[in-house]
Write a protein that binds this ligand. Sequence first.
Ligand code: SIN
Length: 282
Amino acid sequence: MATTATRWDVIDVGPNIGSAIHTDKETLLSGEKRDEIRELMEQRGVIVFPEINLTDDEQIEFTHTLGTFAHEVGEGSKDGKDSVYPITMDPKVNPNADYLKGAFFWHIDGTMSEMPILASIMSSRSLSKTGGETDFCNTYAAYEALSEAEKAEIESLQVVHAMWRSQLYHDPEPSYDKLKLWQSIGKNTLPLVWTHKSGRKSLVLGATALQVEGMGIAESEMLLVRLREWATSEPFSYRHSWKLGDMVIWDNTGTMHRALPYDHTSGRLMHRTKLEGEEAFA
Ligand code: SIN
């Protein structure tokens, strides 16, 4: 297809994860790079658009060019219109700020559903003076680099995931009522190795992973921690240090992510949109 791009420079930022695209708003919003962006996102896990400075409306428009705009409970629409979701620790801006504290630990979004979201798109609106970077790791690359013996060891394992497990990371002594509320969300059993429609495989890990089926608690924890440490190690990970106006998009089906600690009164604010899932865990 003929391109009208005035600028389209793609630079890899890490060996196995992350690319930066330097471009302009018009090119992004035209949708002409849709297939290239989606392909790169699957290959590299994370794409950074440095200081692209999209407005909320432009971010919503851009999200629509890539796939189906996701509407989740309390997220993605406001007053009947598509909207960005505020990621902040300020309960005045987002009353669910407490729940968002789960984001400080490695996770995949949507492990409580059969079909996790395809991708998240996040723009920085206000930054903390210290901390607040976002870490990503490529769970395709981490799986692919395992030895054949390790792959065989984990190939058919199933893992029980529960949202309450991830909440215990930041709230280890909840009230009985709070725990009951968290547990009412239920649990979900997922394969440890996700075989995607493309034939590629990725690891399904993260803070919601409660226990490997058929294993005792200690053995299960050892395996999950060993794999988390591997998947998040330097060759497969990328740390994004935000500048104001950056937009980052990540493939939620082939990565994990987490926010690094920051001052909760700093006013750090991110605006996030999501793409609906296209593929169930398998
Ligand atoms: C998220 O988990 O989607 C947010 C990560 C961040 O705030 O850096």
